[in-house]
Design a protein around this ligand. Structure first.
Ligand code: SF4
Ligand code: SF4
Length: 712
């Protein structure tokens, strides 16, 4: 008895010492990052919302369960380990007293049953994980496997340890059935079964098995504890914290403002030598950013949904996190050294790692290649999928900010766009005089605001650069205006007073240009005392609704598909002309995934007589990007398959007559892909891409815009 107490306690002290030392090291590393007071403030301001997220995402495993089979396996394993904490207490108790039972509940058959039930559930869970890993093996599937790039050896070791935890548990409890030490006379069905197998061995053999297996169980549990602190299974401890401090409702919608030392950067006073401009070195991450790195489970869900990865680009959102994490760990001795002398004495490889830029090629060999960060379309699929709420887009944007604002390094073809935004207020450099030309092509008046909007005007129609200046998108603008006119909705536009919202500049990382354009627009909107705003472009919609509040501009914004769906439902627009076509709808990322507007465009299409809607496999939350977001619209796509072609290939699989969408950028990208497919004979000549508003206008009597022969 004394010996087993000594062995049990000695193992515990050693394991806790190793794990504690490692956790302290991780804590110091995380807090060597920048402060993030906004995360603490958000927690204080929204305690109920945060508690709700813990309940649904950590205990309810909401995001994990979006993938049914692996989600169910993880649910069983998570709850299994939570319930089996009771058995660990029982094991320790057994070291001291053979008749130990949990106080009050320790002889209750239900507890014995539930412990055994979850022990079996964990075995089922890890067997499922093993099958998933065997079926999605990076060695055979290459980059198709979501585990490509993950540390698969460590994952197998963890599965083995979990198996040993359960195996030793059932073995010692089986022996206890025969020695009479099991506290549960009934209910512990799996232990009873093992006891039945052990019964022929006799009492003394069962005594030995009980003692050895209890010690082995403690050794395996404690070994697992140590391994957790050195592996991706750190997420067991960190995921609840990461969820607690993540942006709510998620890391989509608005980009966070630039911060230095925890304060929002004021460009008028910022000093590039003293302030942090994005992420140029690992310690520029905030502690929340560091927490993201430590929390990644390497599950590869983000990677499996990333359009850049799917089309052969070097960007994998998982690898972005893992590369940053590996670099942070390798540089940690340098960051945690207490003095310059201590740093001088570090091994050369640590000093070399400390000098590595985050992004770089050639001699300045960076943690990642520039093509990685510039391949991102900001589609949000990674953030949407991540079960532990890692904020990939924030990290990628922060790296872009440093590259653009400090290094002036970015794809050269985007420089024209940035120059045009600064000088002309639109990405094409067409200038304000062209912004109201589309109005002259209509056969009714559209009021252009000059100063303050009249009290009789219900909506300000924010047309956007593409909607005002790009020929294909202009058709959507005219369709929306005509439908509003038909429905008797009073609206006005800003015309030449409108300028780019700044979205492409911000997504490029040029926060300076974004802030300049945003402030100008906020001034205009405040002066006009804008009522409700209709945005036809999801990027404008997202920026005005979600990002302008960071600069003091608070407006009620609605996407045109939301308003049109309401007008149809209210009987103010009645689609009558049948459109006998099979239509597949492409979800724009900034409308769907970022802002969760999935239903209104579909409601509109359902109301158009004759339209047969056929969903693509990747739709709604899992919609696949067109390739234009994240300012990619203004960059060349030189690596891998074009994202718009990949999307059109999927659309063609539904054999559509028409592809519909709700975004001018998607309209252009998909239109280009259709043209390419028509040239190669892979798409029928009649195939076209239209905005849902155009589809509706064709069906509503008197709403076909003047001078619109049809799309494309
Ligand atoms: S936002 Fe989209 S493109 Fe960018 S890393 Fe995430 S999934 Fe990939
Ligand atoms: S970032 Fe999230 S989704 Fe991607 S591998 Fe890590 S845990 Fe999984």
């Amino acid at each position: 008895m004394v010996l087993r107490i000594i062995i049990g306690l000695a193992l515990t002290v050693v394991a806790f010492a190793i794990a504690g030392r490692r956790l302290w090291w991780l804590y110091r590393l995380a807090t060597s990052g920048q402060p993030a007071p906004e995360r603490i403030e958000a927690l204080r301001a929204q305690p109920a919302q945060r508690a709700g997220a813990e309940v649904t995402e950590v205990f309810g495993q909401r995001k994990l369960l979006q993938w049914t089979v692996p989600g169910a396996a993880h649910f069983m394993t998570f709850w299994g380990f939570t319930i089996l904490l009771l058995t660990i207490i029982e094991s320790y108790g057994d070291l001291f007293s053979k008749t130990f039972a949990l106080p009050w509940i320790g002889h209750w058959a239900f507890i014995g049953f539930i412990e055994d039930l979850f022990a079996v559930a964990v075995l089922v869970g890890i067997a499922t994980f093993a099958v998933i890993r065997l079926r999605s093996n990076p060695k055979t599937e290459g980059r198709e496997s979501r585990f490509a790039g993950s540390h698969t050896g460590a994952a197998w070791l963890v599965l083995l340890l979990i198996f040993l935890v359960i195996a030793t548990l059932l073995l010692y409890r089986g022996a206890q059935v025969n020695t009479g030490d099991l506290p549960y006379a009934h209910g512990a069905f799996a232990s009873q079964l093992v006891g039945h197998w052990f019964a022929p061995l006799g009492a003394s053999a069962n005594q030995v098995i009980e003692t050895v297996m209890i010690l082995l169980q403690l050794a395996v549990v404690l070994g697992f504890l140590v391994l957790v602190t050195y592996s991706k299974h750190l997420h067991i401890f960190l995921a609840p914290l990461n969820v607690l401090f993540s942006r709510r409702p998620n890391g989509l919608r608005a980009l966070p403002p630039m911060r230095s030392g925890g304060k929002v950067l004021d460009f008028e006073q910022a000093d590039p030598d003293a302030d942090v401009f994005g992420i140029g070195k690992i310690e520029d991450l905030s502690w929340k950013g560091m927490l993201d790195l430590g929390t990644c489970t390497e599950c590869g869900r983000c990677q499996s949904q990333c359009p850049a990865w799917a089309t052969g680009k070097p960007l994998s959102p998982k690898m972005v996190i893992l590369d940053l994490r590996d670099h942070a760990f390798a540089k940690a001795p340098y960051l945690l050294a207490g003095s310059d002398e201590a740093r001088d004495q570090l091994p050369d490889e640590v000093k070399a790692e400390a000098k590595r830029p985050i992004v770089g090629t050639g001699e300045a060999h960076g943690v990642m290649h520039p093509d990685v960060i510039w391949s991102c379309t900001n589609c949000g699929a990674c953030v949407q999928e991540c079960p532990v709420d890692i904020e990939h887009i924030d990290h990628i944007t922060a790296m872009r900010r440093y590259q653009v604002l400090i290094e002036s390094e970015f794809p050269s073809e985007a420089s024209g766009m940035l120059r045009n935004l600064e000088n002309k207020g639109d990405p094409w450099g067409m200038g304000e005089s062209k912004r109201a030309e589309w109005i002259t092509e209509l056969d009714f008046e559209v009021p252009v605001v000059d100063g303050r909007i009249g009290d009789d005007v219900e909506y300000l129609f924010w047309v956007g650069c593409a909607g005002a200046l790009e020929d294909r998108a202009k058709k959507t603008t005219k369709a929306i205006a005509t439908l509003l006119h038909t429905a008797g909705v009073s609206f006005a536009v800003l015309g030449p007073a409108e300028t780019c919202t700044g979205d492409p500049a911000r997504r490029m990382g040029n926060e300076f240009v974004f802030s300049m354009l945003a402030q100008q627009n906020i001034e205009t909107l405040n002066e006009a005392r804008a009522p409700k705003i209709i945005a036809s472009c999801p990027h404008c919609f997202n920026t005005i609704a979600n990002e302008y509040p960071q600069l003091g501009g608070n407006y009620e914004v609605i996407h045109h598909t939301q308003l049109l769906a309401m007008l149809v439902a209210a009987g103010k627009l009645t689609p009558v002309t049948p459109i006998e076509e099979k239509v597949t709808y492409h979800d724009p990322c900034f409308l769907g995934r970022h802002n969760r507007v999935f239903t209104p465009p579909r409601e509109i299409m359902e109301q158009v007589p004759g339209v047969r809607v056929q969903e693509m496999h990747r739709c709604k939350e899992r919609g696949f990007c067109c390739g234009a977001g994240g300012a990619r619209m203004w960059m060349e796509e030189r690596i891998g398959k074009r994202i718009n072609i990949e999307r059109i290939d999927e659309a063609l699989g539904t054999d559509p007559d028409t592809i519909s969408t709700g975004c001018p950028f998607c309209l252009v990208m998909l239109g280009d892909a259709i043209s390419a497919k028509k040239s190669s004979g892979e798409a029928k000549d009649s195939l076209e891409v239209v905005d849902v508003a155009q589809l509706l206008a064709r069906s509503v009597a008197g709403s076909e815009p003047a001078g619109t022969p049809g799309a494309d």
